[in-house]
Design a protein around this ligand. Structure first.
Ligand code: DP6
Length: 335
């Protein structure tokens, strides 16, 4: 029989994905999960994960269900390992049932690990009655997946590289309504990416002659990006966002074996963005470890960008994102 206390050990959280303007591509400490450089991102309000976690003595093992999608052993183990971090903090051995739902199915090719681990962390902590500070929650989330720690705080977020686990955390630089930016996410391929970021960045660190140079440059660029944000200077911010994107992809492409995340249509859009700017449309691009392109512009420019995109062949879907909030608990459970 389920006791009342057990029933209470259930919480649901919602977290958004994020797009990195200064990217995280490489760890300086694999064990502590410390990034080689600080990163800067924007939460994406239309790309989110809802996760319900329930701990109960009724459960004999951890289970994971992603609504409408298949899960594999590797994913279940990763979730279980992450739950262990919270079990340790709460001093419990209880197993959990985890049910998760993405607003953007995996089949869209948009990475869901950031929103998924941010939502899982908040729901697990809540379900176990742990009252962690936001900073502490970002630290624990970072251990599951680096970029996920940036989906915990609100709006525009910085993840500090730190020198220890305690000093490598994410915090909000600006709330979601600070600047009416948009991320027009152009989905060009629905396949799951072949080389996971965790593996790709390891290869890059070991083999790319540009790896260290890019890390050094990213540390300068993040300072400049913060200044551009202070002034809401899209021209400067866009230039910096594009530089770090190209630098990161140079590291990826010069790794051995090389990582070519772009498709011909990715390149087509990147080149077109430069042309559109010359025609007076203030839009900038960035691409994560996959072929989809994020077009960054201000709210009033979205219509023009969408019209320009009509002429590109190979666009499968477009998701327009506003700056998103941080992770929140919800009263509506998935089960
Ligand atoms: C290209 O956070 O997925 O999206 O920490 O190994 O889980 P792990 O890597 P992950 O890497 C994200 C890489 C990126 C850039 C970014 O989001 O900063």
């Amino acid at each position: 029989m389920v006791k009342k206390e057990d029933f209470m050990m259930k919480k649901t959280a919602i977290a958004t994905a994020n797009i990195a303007f200064i990217k995280y591509w490489g760890k300086k400490d694999e064990v502590l999960h410390l990034p080689a450089n600080p990163s800067f991102s924007m939460n994406l309000d239309a790309c989110f994960t809802i996760t319900t976690v329930e701990f109960s003595p009724e459960y004999k093992k951890d289970t994971l269900e992603i609504v409408g999608e298949m899960t594999d052993e590797e994913e279940i183990n990763r979730v279980s390992q992450h739950l262990d971090r919270f079990r340790k903090l709460a001093k419990t051995n209880l197993f959990a049932r985890v049910v998760s739902k993405n607003s953007f199915p995996k089949s869209t090719g948009v990475a869901s690990s950031a929103s998924a681990f941010a939502a899982l962390s908040a729901a697990a902590a809540g379900a176990l009655g742990l009252s962690l500070s936001e900073k502490k929650l970002t630290i624990v989330t970072r251990l599951a997946s680096g970029s996920a720690c940036r989906s915990v705080p609100e709006g525009f977020v910085e993840w500090l590289e730190g020198t220890s686990s305690k000093t490598s955390y994410a915090h909000s630089l600006y709330p979601h309504d600070y600047w009416d930016l948009r991320d027009v996410l152009v989905i060009v391929a629905k396949n799951k990416k072949k080389v996971k970021s965790t593996v790709g960045m390891k290869i890059g660190k070991k083999t790319s002659i540009f790896y260290q140079a890019r890390v050094k440059r990213a540390k300068v660029l993040i300072g400049e990006l913060k200044q551009a944000f202070e002034r809401k200077d899209l021209g400067k911010a866009g230039e910096i966002i594009e530089e770090d994107c190209i630098n990161t992809h140079c590291v990826m492409m010069s790794s051995y074996p090389p990582l070519f995340y772009w498709l011909p249509v990715t390149f087509d859009i990147i080149r077109s963005v430069g042309e559109w700017r010359r025609q007076g449309v203030a839009v900038y691009q960035t691409v994560d470890a996959g072929p989809n392109v994020h077009l960054i512009c201000e709210k009033d420019t979205v219509g023009k960008v969408l019209r320009k995109l009509e002429r590109i062949e190979g666009v499968e879907k477009i998701i327009v994102n506003k700056p998103g909030r941080g992770v929140v608990l919800s009263k509506k459970h998935l089960f």
